[in-house]
Write a protein that binds this ligand. Structure first.
Ligand code: CO
Ligand code: CO
Length: 320
């Protein structure tokens, strides 16, 4: 999720680079011909849960997510791993197996990769996918009047940080692992079928950070209804105990200038919207006339969807 280097390359010199140098989107897109473009992304991070298999599975689902956020279909991936020299081989192989089995569920083959030594484990994938050049989802396609849909609840960061501080219960961890290992494939498929234009996935910059990226790229404002936002069942408990990761404060520092909260929303609840998510859901902008068909298809595929607000004219986010 690094910002692209702007000065060295001119996007106009690369007409087939449909998404990349100019915009901070979820993945790069390169046109092969009028029917096909490739989508390329990579992501890796340190363990968020104790179980090595679950960690591998979450890291893979998270890496694949940026392809889905662009409306693409992933098909090929490489492992990227950093492992401490003293880590038992069995642990490493469980991480890799978790990633491989999640990738297989997505219809993706992991065809190799690279491992280096490092003090703290890091794991993720570089992923290649296909997308139709006319059906790319970007952060820039939201229009006033659109509805905003979220496809996973929030609260993963505050819960996994409670785990790191040995304050989280097993049931709470199991609940967030279930969500974090869930692929964003169905939500993406429905978005493409409904010919939506704007999507992103909710990851390290938090719900409000990624929502702001969409608002900014689309040159619109957003109105969010706090009561409609889904949270994992333990989110408020850990928010009140303030087990937020450091990234939540960074996100608040960065993005709060673009956000106005209704005074009824307390500080812990506000902070939940700045909580970094690992392998979060998609945020989709859905034109009003497509909402019913979108919701119908989501119900058919058993894809949860929460309508959390609307796109409005303006250049900031209101949370009411
Ligand atoms: Co990413
Ligand atoms: Co992303």
């Amino acid at each position: 999720m690094l910002q692209p280097v702007k000065d060295t390359f001119q996007a106009t010199h690369y007409p087939d680079l449909l998404v990349g140098l100019d915009s901070a989107d979820d993945a790069a897109v390169w046109r092969l011909d009028n029917q096909r473009a490739v989508v390329l992304t990579t992501d890796f991070f340190t363990p968020v849960v104790d179980d090595p298999y679950d960690y591998g599975s979450i890291a893979a689902a998270n890496s694949l997510s940026d392809i889905y956020a662009m409306g693409g279909k992933p098909f090929l991936a490489l492992n990227i791993a950093a492992m401490p020299p003293n880590l038992p081989a069995e642990i490493t192989s469980q991480i890799i197996r978790g990633g491989a089995e999640k990738a297989r569920q997505a219809g993706v083959i992991i065809a190799g990769g690279h491992t280096v030594q490092d003090k703290e484990p890091k794991y993720g994938l570089a992923v290649l996918g296909f997308v139709h050049p006319d059906h790319i989802l970007t952060k820039g396609g939201a229009k006033p009047g659109d509805f905003l849909a979220l496809t996973k609840p929030l609260g993963f960061g505050v819960t996994t940080t409670a785990l790191k501080r040995e304050k989280a219960s097993d049931e709470d961890i199991a609940e967030v692992i279930r969500w974090m290992t869930e692929l964003n494939n169905k939500a993406s498929q429905i978005a493409v079928a409904c010919e939506l234009k704007a999507a992103t996935d909710i990851t390290g910059y938090s719900f409000l950070g990624h929502a702001w990226e969409m608002a900014h790229a689309s040159r619109v404002g957003l109105r969010i209804e706090f009561d409609k936002i889904p949270f994992v069942s333990c989110a408020q408990k850990y928010a009140q105990a303030w087990t937020f990761p450091g990234g939540a404060s960074d996100n608040r520092l960065h993005f709060s200038q673009h956000v106005t909260f209704s005074p009824k929303i307390d500080e812990a609840s506000q902070m939940l919207l700045f909580d970094p998510q690992t392998s979060g859901g998609l945020l989709l902008s859905i034109p009003a006339q497509k909402l019913a068909i979108f919701q119908k298809q989501a119900a058919t595929l058993q894809q949860p969807v929460w309508i959390v607000g609307q796109v409005i004219e303006g250049n900031s986010i209101l949370v009411e």
